[in-house]
Design a protein around this ligand. Structure first.
Ligand code: 5GP
Length: 190
């Protein structure tokens, strides 16, 4: 998606440890016009898939997921990163290793919000090593729901996640795939 690639080139900041900061339009301040275009692009790519629910993970996936969900007219469920007292009863759970923080945490979804009748599209901001996406996919599988695919805003193609998740049979649609990035040479796309 050219509009997104241009924005990453213009406003993305490359940090040590293979981290791309996109705080000015995606991860802190959010450019809602750009989000609208991203939502339309996901709609185009997953058109006809009969999606009943969008699943994402808190916090940075939620905004993108909501705008995409408007295109499909379906609810958004976001996996919570810790079990809170607000969720009582049965939950689906899996473990995710944080790429940016380097620790493992549990993610949960209440069973009442994912069922065997659901056709689920996962939406997330980044795909790096694939842990978040595989953790979300496990919640879908545990619920007996159908995983239609995953829509990713930025895939770091030089990390292993994309290959890992696709080799698990998951359809992944990434709007910008980064081939390489460095402070000296900037970002190159696939
Ligand atoms: P993975 O589980 O695929 O290793 O990492 C995906 C998650 O880590 C995403 O949900 C995203 O929040 C975060 N993440 C991974 N790489 C980056 C990055 O380069 N920049 C930012 N801002 N977040 C990232």
């Amino acid at each position: 998606m050219q509009l997104l690639k241009d924005r990453i080139k213009k406003d993305g900041k490359i940090r040590s440890g293979n981290v791309l900061k996109v705080d000015s339009f995606l991860n802190h301040q959010m450019d809602i016009e750009l989000f609208g275009e991203i939502g339309k692009e996901f709609k185009k790519r997953f058109e006809g898939s009969d999606i009943t629910k969008i699943l994402t993970i808190e916090a940075s996936g939620i905004g993108i997921a909501c705008i995409t969900a408007q295109q499909f007219s379906v609810p958004v469920v976001f996996a919570k990163k810790n079990q809170t007292k607000n969720i009582a009863g049965d939950i689906y759970t899996s473990k995710v290793e944080s790429f940016t923080h380097g620790r493992v945490y549990d993610i949960i979804v209440a069973k009442e919000f994912l069922s065997a009748n659901d056709k689920v599209l996962i939406i997330d901001d980044f795909l790096a090593n694939g842990s978040a996406l595989l953790g979300l996919a496990k919640l879908v599988t545990d619920a007996g729901a159908k995983l239609v695919g995953a829509g990713i805003v930025i895939e770091k193609g030089f990390q292993e996640g994309g290959e890992l998740v696709r080799s698990n049979g998951v359809r992944v649609e990434s709007l910008a795939i980064i081939d390489s990035m460095s402070e000296e040479n900037g970002v190159t796309f696939r």
